[in-house]
Design a protein around this ligand. Structure first.
Ligand SMILES: C[S@@+](CC[C@H](N)C(=O)[O-])C[C@H]1O[C@@H](n2cnc3c(N)ncnc32)[C@H](O)[C@@H]1O
Length: 256
């Protein structure tokens, strides 16, 4: 699909969804007057992250005192089935991230309530749900519909049916989803951010998520090297964060 066709298709799809008009307005501003916002402070943060980065295993040991290797053997069959579902999915989205980091965060926090932004195929959702099911907990997720690709029905595609009873998926932009989620539940044991990658989008959501994270809960943000929003947020709140290097990107994680 050419870029212009994709943009037009997305625009028309937005017009059919009045519930997404606020996000359409924000997107227009983001892609015109605020274009530089996506990469604000990127260079500074990349050298900061590189100087602190450790592996996923090191981070899980350091923060949670756990070994990550049981995850892949314990959930081998489920992960295989989800990989097959991803292959069969007619639309293409982002693949799995550091699943063990999410799973062991939930285990460490004895999580009953988790909130995440950004679902795509649902890999991060799956990791959280595998832990939450043990405590009959709840995962609250926020994701925009995949308008350009008619992919609405495929968000969360790799999550098995039997785990969906522990899951509430909010199909709006974060600015609309998060207030609805916080209306359902005030405090969370784990928060995972992996959606709007702009500087301003992150700063807004980080502050909201942090406010609703309980003391001793775990905060995770993906792709923190895109701009300096995560570093600036940690510095402003005197947070000593761990930085994980995973498949060429940086993930931030700390215990509140
Ligand atoms: C990298 S993917 C998420 C991957 C997922 N966490 C995983 O581990 O499998 C990013 C997702 O964020 C969603 N997204 C982007 N901007 C958003 C916004 N403003 N509000 C809600 N979701 C958004 C996209 O639709 C996309 O599905």
């Amino acid at each position: 699909m050419s870029e212009i066709v994709r943009v037009l298709k997305t625009f028309v799809a937005y017009l059919k969804r009045p519930d997404l008009y606020p996000e359409l307005g924000r997107k227009i501003i983001k892609n015109t007057v605020n274009r530089g916002n996506a990469f604000k402070g990127k260079e500074k943060t990349n050298s900061w992250a590189a100087s602190k980065a450790i592996s996923q295993q090191e981070a899980v040991t350091k923060l949670f005192g756990a070994d990550i290797s049981p995850f892949r053997t314990q959930f081998l069959e489920i992960l295989k089935q989800s990989e097959q579902k991803e292959k069969d999915c007619p639309i293409k989205m982002g693949g799995p991230g550091a699943l063990e980091l999410i799973y062991y965060s939930c285990e460490f926090a004895n999580a009953k309530n988790v909130v995440e932004t950004g679902v795509a195929y649902g890999w991060s959702s799956l990791a959280a749900l595998l832990s939450l099911q043990k405590r009959e907990g709840k995962l609250y997720s926020s994701d925009m519909p995949y308008l350009a690709q008619d992919g609405d029905q495929y968000v969360g595609y790799v999550v098995p049916e039997n785990l969906k009873q522990y899951w509430k998926l909010f199909r709006f932009a974060d600015k609309e989803s998060l207030p609805k989620i916080f209306g359902d539940s005030e405090t969370f044991d784990v928060v995972h951010y992996d959606s709007d990658k702009s500087y301003n989008g992150r700063v807004w959501a980080y502050n909201e998520l942090y406010r609703h994270l309980r003391k001793g809960g775990v905060f995770i943000s993906d792709d923190i090297g895109d701009n300096s929003a995560y570093q600036d947020f940690c510095e402003a709140n005197s947070i000593d964060t761990v930085v994980v290097e995973y498949e060429g990107k940086y993930i931030g994680v700390f215990v509140k």
